[in-house]
Design a protein around this ligand. Structure first.
Ligand code: T4K
Length: 410
């Protein structure tokens, strides 16, 4: 079968995005029934009954005292930082995270300091805390990338020595854990994302998990403009309220999650089997604990014979919209890179691993997931067999978009 870059028919007739939302038919039915109730009660937002039900369900699920539901994870992070009084100083974040983790630091008045990662977990390397310690450091903010938990116990220990706060980006980590401890389990505030592409979604949404009732109360005020009561504004709040329609979608999704996770687990297992024999394809290690299996990253090693970007472009031509999360790392994103005189400071582990990563779809449009996995894996095997020609094609015909030639290269 001819590869699409050489004029063959694409493996998929429809595009297969990485972030195809996970929505079952029975979830949609439950959602419609809940929406009917929303209109019967005619309470559409502002701490409505469904939002409160969702908060209770989440605090029970994550075994924390409080779950504070908000419009998205970006605002969740902002509320925690405001409530914790972080409005200046420096905050260590791993470079391998979504750009919002860094941006929010700046939005609240702090400066993100980008740290290198452990190449095996892809998460913040705890040793970086000591290396990057400066007097105005105020916090550390690890991320559980792809639901593999950051080493929070060690990070908390290191942070204590320097009197730093720890806040955790658990956007990927819904229903994930390590050694039985999941988001909210280590006693520091953590926030989740319920974006459409996530394992658990409310279209857009997020939540903060905490055991501190005062912090939760403060964040509930902050998400509602700072109102502490009618006509009583106690703080510089913002609008971060989740609507009843979004909360309804969350509640409708909850009963589907065990089966959803099992479906995704089978996809992971199928990929692990079908990609194992392909030269130069390295798989990510998910053996640490429970995972929701939403992401399936692979690494295109040198022995594949073609570069990651050549493979990425060839797969796009096959209608497989793989993504390079979180290439090139926050430290090399133009907005942050240009702030460092002389250009971004290299972070060797992240630079190396983010040059190889590709996230594959874990659900497929219009065909059974395992059939999608098989087609994609066969395609990768054919790409590897034709690697020199794939690389040559990429170099010759795609020079203008070749990231090797841009300032984001490394
Ligand atoms: N921290 C971390 C570690 C995060 O990953 C994120 C979000 C956050 C914090 C912030 O959370 P929120 O404030 O968003 O709650 C997407 C998401 O927009 C973003 O939420 C997510 N991380 C990030 C990992 O992925 P993009 O720029 O990749 O999105 P986009 O539009 O390119 O979509 C990805 C793929 O999914 C595309 O192929 C299209 C497909 N898609 C997307 C949507 C929204 C669909 O098929 N259907 C859809 O409804 O950022």
């Amino acid at each position: 079968m001819e590869l699409a870059i050489f004029g063959g028919k694409p493996v998929f007739s429809e595009t297969q995005p990485v972030g195809l939302p996970l929505v079952e038919n029975d979830t949609i039915e439950r959602y419609h029934r809940l929406l009917d109730k929303v209109f019967q009660v005619n309470f559409l937002t502002n701490d409505g009954p469904l939002l409160r039900r969702l908060e209770e369900a989440l605090s029970e699920r994550f075994r924390v005292k409080q779950a504070v539901v908000v419009t998205n994870a970006t605002l969740a992070q902002m509320l925690i930082m405001r409530a914790e009084g972080i409005n200046s100083g420096r905050v260590i974040i791993p470079t391998n995270t979504f750009i919002s983790t860094a941006h929010v630091c700046e939005w609240v008045g702090a400066v993100p300091v980008f740290a290198d990662i452990d190449p095996l977990t892809l998460n913040l390397d705890p040793l970086e805390i000591r290396r990057l310690a400066v007097p105005d450091l105020v916090a550390v903010m690890p991320t559980h990338v792809f639901g593999v938990m950051a080493n929070l116990p060690t990070i908390i220990e290191e942070a204590k020595k320097l009197k730093l706060r720890v806040i955790c980006d658990a956007a990927h980590a819904f229903d994930c854990d390590a050694g039985g401890s999941g988001p909210g389990g280590c006693g520091v505030p953590e926030f989740l994302s319920f974006h459409a592409t996530k394992f658990f979604s409310t279209f857009e949404g997020g939540a903060i998990l905490t055991n501190d009732p005062d912090l939760a109360r403060e964040m509930r005020e902050l998400r509602n403009f700072g109102f502490a009561g009618i006509d009583d504004v106690s703080a510089l709040g913002i609008n971060a309220k989740m609507t009843e329609a979004a909360a309804a979608f969350g509640l409708a999704s909850l009963p589907a999650l065990e089966a959803r996770r099992e479906r995704l687990r089978l996809v992971h297992a199928a990929y692990q089997q079908s990609l194992a024999g392909i030269q130069g394809v390295r798989l990510h290690d998910f053996s640490q604990g429970k995972n929701n299996h939403r992401y399936f990253p692979i690494f295109i090693e040198d022995s594949f014979g073609a570069s990651r970007d050549a493979v990425c472009q060839a797969l796009w031509q096959e209608n497989i919209l793989v993504r390079r999360y979180f290439y090139p790392g926050c430290h090399r994103m133009r907005y942050y890179a240009r702030k460092t005189p002389g250009g971004p400071i290299p972070l060797p582990q992240a630079d190396k691993v983010l040059g190889k990563i590709l996230c594959l779809p874990t659900s497929f449009a219009e065909l059974p997931d395992l059939e999608g996995v098989k087609r994609l894996s066969d395609c990768l095997a054919r790409l590897q067999k034709a690697a020199p020609a794939v690389e040559k094609y990429w170099r010759e015909y795609s020079g203008e978009v070749n990231l090797e030639n841009t300032e984001e290269s490394h």
